[in-house]
Design a protein around this ligand. Structure first.
Ligand SMILES: C[S@@+](CC[C@H](N)C(=O)[O-])C[C@H]1O[C@@H](n2cnc3c(N)ncnc32)[C@H](O)[C@@H]1O
Length: 234
């Protein structure tokens, strides 16, 4: 896995040196030549922290709405689609998108009978038909591979697709405020997570935890909720 991570850091550094902050994702997938082991973040399993948060959002838990009653879910930066498939297996109607057309074709090949609507799309140029539409959004590990200057913009774009009263679930790497950002994937701070709230988006849950990887990684999981009132997010 560390070889795969080194490869990704090298590709990202080459593109970023040319001033391109996002084209490297397609290069990572296309240069992998169909070999999943070369995609450092693709372990062939759904994200366990997303599934745990879903389980906690069942009726009665924190008075939250039962997300399993929610039909439409949007997954951001779905990669090779394992989490998308797990959401669909729970009866959810999933639209999963990724910037990389190669990743999306790969998802369709891996899951030919899938009910998931796998779409190649850029979160900074989303279809207008997605605005105010999704009662539930899942984001795991995409913000942490975007430079910090782009993350607030990314969250605003996602918020625009959230239906009034809808929830956005976020899982990412965590660091202390004074800790250096280090190399990709860049961990986020608590201040940054709090800064995404505002306007009609409220942060309703935020937890920092150590996962069970070796060595354990510090992560946040957070839930945002868009107010049920009228009007779009700005
Ligand atoms: C670190 S990977 C995580 C993939 C998946 N969520 C997972 O946990 O395995 C981040 C994903 O975000 C995608 N991505 C990056 N920038 C994006 C953008 N602007 N729009 C949509 N997807 C993007 C990348 O192509 C990549 O598949």
């Amino acid at each position: 896995m560390s070889e795969a991570r080194d490869r990704i850091r090298k590709i990202a550094a080459e593109h970023r040196a040319r001033g391109d902050e996002t084209a490297w994702f397609e290069a990572v997938y296309s240069e992998a030549g169909g070999d999943r082991a070369r995609i450092a973040w693709a372990d062939g399993e759904p994200n366990p922290h997303v599934l745990a948060l879903l389980d906690e959002m069942k009726p009665g838990a924190d008075g939250e709405r039962d997300v399993l009653e929610v039909l439409e879910v949007l997954e951001v930066g779905c990669g090779l689609g394992d989490t998308s498939e797990a959401l669909a297996a729970r009866g959810l109607q999933v639209t999963a998108f990724d910037l990389s057309p190669t990743a999306i074709r790969w998802c369709r090949r891996r899951f030919p009978a899938s009910s998931v609507n796998f779409v190649a799309a850029d979160l900074f140029a989303l279809p207008s038909t997605w605005e105010n539409r999704f009662p539930f959004i899942v984001e795991c590990y995409t913000l942490q591979v975007l430079p910090s200057a782009l993350r607030a913009r990314a969250m605003r774009a996602l918020t625009r697709t959230l239906a009034p009263g809808g929830h956005l679930l976020l899982v990412c790497r965590a660091r202390d405020e004074a800790e250096p950002e280090g190399e990709i994937p860049w961990p986020l701070t608590e201040t940054e997570l709090r800064s995404f709230a505002g306007g009609d988006l409220e942060l309703t849950k935020m937890e920092r935890f150590l996962d069970d990887e070796g060595p354990p990684a510090s992560r946040f999981r957070a839930v945002y909720r868009r107010s049920p009132g009228e009007g779009g997010a700005s």
